[in-house]
Ligand binder design. Structure first.
Ligand code: ASP
Length: 350
């Protein structure tokens, strides 16, 4: 019997749902972790919440239309890259030399295909280029001029590097440079150095997961520094049972291979998502001196958003299509009330 006929036969028996499990789509996003205090201007807070909400709605609309988790992640991150309030695309932080060098990655949990770009300077939406690397090249990561040459070869228009510049990010660099010169890192700048990256994880109606992350990296970065965001396994990872996007001090996410570590705990060791994510974000990374947060999603739609910083821009949207957005550490993001797998699923302690 041809596969199509098998499906018809199963449908007749009322069990066709086994090939299209009735999964309620979920999308989770972040806009970076760091010192987030209630001293933001009301206008800024409103703009951030509006952008997060729009990103959730755009991504969710894709999922509702039956599009893939990859499409939802790409759509949500494009909205955030275009918004100057985030450290990705327009509004990215500056390097020591006063440039914007952007990193992004995307991964398809179903096929384990991945695409990434690092150190690009003229790509308006790095997440779209990362997706093209995955879909249209035999490679996983392209960097710098080569990545831009590839973008041109597929008809992507390059933008002038001045497109990414915002006055606020420029001032952050000036402050960091002064403190570099005085060799006295200032707490505010130190934390501003790792804040504003954007990420998304999604579960589509087919039950497939995807993850993506986009960033300008860290203010005052030097010598072509590349962080965790575009590194598959460090800041971005998805497989058939777990998807993660991280944000924080990238060097620590690289050294702990944070996103992969969380997913391996979930899919190989059967640790419940929430515990797996907390072990890495709230224990392993701070124990090494790093900080940050992550968004994590499993194949049953469980969400976990741990962070060890004051706050984290975060949001999610589920089957009912209601967007939830939270910025501050003590703000209820609604995930605590969501069902989580029973602790009994966790591995037995020796
Ligand atoms: N993880 C990013 C990096 O190190 C920065 C961030 O998430 O804020 O490049």
């Amino acid at each position: 019997m041809k596969p199509r006929h098998v499906l018809f036969a199963l449908a007749a028996l009322g069990v066709a749902s086994i090939s299209h499990a009735a999964v309620s789509p979920v999308l989770v996003i972040h806009g970076g972790a760091g010192v987030i205090k209630r001293d933001m201007t009301p206008a800024r807070e409103k703009a951030v919440r509006a952008a997060m909400t729009r990103a959730l709605q755009d991504g969710h609309a894709r999922l509702e239309a039956g599009k893939s988790a990859l499409d939802a992640v790409t759509a949500a991150l494009t909205v955030l890259e275009d918004d100057p309030n985030f450290n990705a695309g327009k509004g990215a932080v500056f390097t020591h030399d006063g440039r914007n060098e952007l990193d992004a990655a995307i991964m398809d949990g179903y096929t384990l295909r991945a695409g990434a770009v690092a150190g690009v300077r003229r790509i308006k939406n790095p997440i779209v280029l990362a997706r093209a690397v995955m879909d249209r090249t035999p490679h996983v990561m392209l960097s710098g001029d080569g990545a831009e040459a590839f973008a041109q070869s597929i008809g992507m228009r390059l933008v002038d590097p001045s497109y990414f510049r915002t006055g606020e990010r420029w001032q952050q660099l000036q402050k960091a440079l002064q403190e570099d010169a005085a060799k006295q890192p200032h707490a505010d700048v130190e934390t501003a150095r790792h804040f504003g990256t954007v990420g998304a994880v999604a579960l589509d109606a087919q039950g497939h997961l995807a993850a993506g992350t986009s960033t300008g990296g860290m203010t005052d970065k030097r010598w072509g520094r590349i962080g965790d965001s575009p590194l598959i396994g460090a800041g971005t990872y998805a497989n058939s049972g777990c998807a993660v996007s991280g944000t924080g001090w990238g060097e620590f996410y690289i050294r702990t291979v944070a996103a992969h570590e969380i997913c391996m705990k979930v899919t190989q060791m059967r640790v419940p998502l929430k515990r797996a994510a907390a072990e890495v974000i709230n224990q392993e990374i701070p124990a090494m001196g790093g900080n940050g947060g992550a968004i994590a999603l499993d194949a049953d739609g469980h969400i976990s958003i741990p962070f060890n910083t004051d706050g984290m821009y975060r949001g999610w949207i589920g089957g009912d299509g209601v967007p939830h957005v939270a910025l501050y550490g003590d703000e209820d993001d609604g995930t605590a009330e969501l069902p989580q797998p029973a602790p009994a699923e966790s591995i037995a302690q020796p």
